[in-house]
Design a protein around this ligand. Sequence first.
Ligand SMILES: [Zn+2]
Ligand SMILES: [Zn+2]
Length: 242
Amino acid sequence: MRTYKDLKTDLHIHSISSGHAYSSIAEIVDGAKSKGLKTIAITDHGPAMPGGAHLYHFNNLRVVDSNQDGLRVLKGVEANIIDAEGTLDIPDYTQEKLDLVLAAFHVRCGYEDYGAHVNTQTLIKALQNNRVHVIAHPGNPLFKLNYEKIAKVAKEMNILIEFNNGSYLKGTSRSGGEELDLEMALACRKYGTNVVITSDSHIASDIGNFEKAWDLVNKAGLSGEQILNLDNDRLLEFLKNR
Ligand SMILES: [Zn+2]
Ligand SMILES: [Zn+2]
């Protein structure tokens, strides 16, 4: 029987550059290796977040080695949706340089909650106008969505839905989102949408902690085929072809 320890890829990790995270890239690499991961992505918060990384941080990521003693390090961003047009706080030319773009709603980053209908339209515009690979924490109770619609659109556009372990930890700003994520997961099952399970770690010791998100995704009955980070090679192939 599979467990969360079979997930060898963590696509959502913050370094000290996010402003409210605490580990360097060297510490993150060590933490990932100690958990036996094969691939990680550094996905710092975009510039619209208070204390978030400057655009130069993302443009200069080429200086970080993509292969650190056999650990694959992807260069990414957790971009903010900053207005009702679905604009991201990372311009096209920077998105093109990155291996991975996560897109998410966050408070105090420009766009505020307008209810599920408008939030859903805004997110779809963000997906249509950018190079988004993953929708980060869609079950955020501060920005409700039409989960059926998002699962359907994500399936059609070949975009991954994230189940974020950090959403279920004590004291998170997204507490209470578990039921919404379950709704999201059930919709992914219905439409056959692919998903990833991530840690959203803000400190190296939290990398590869997937247990609660794994339990939720399994509770919803998603197949192993749909959980893309159960197969590291397939996930890398997916990202390459997007
Ligand atoms: Zn986030
Ligand atoms: Zn994050």
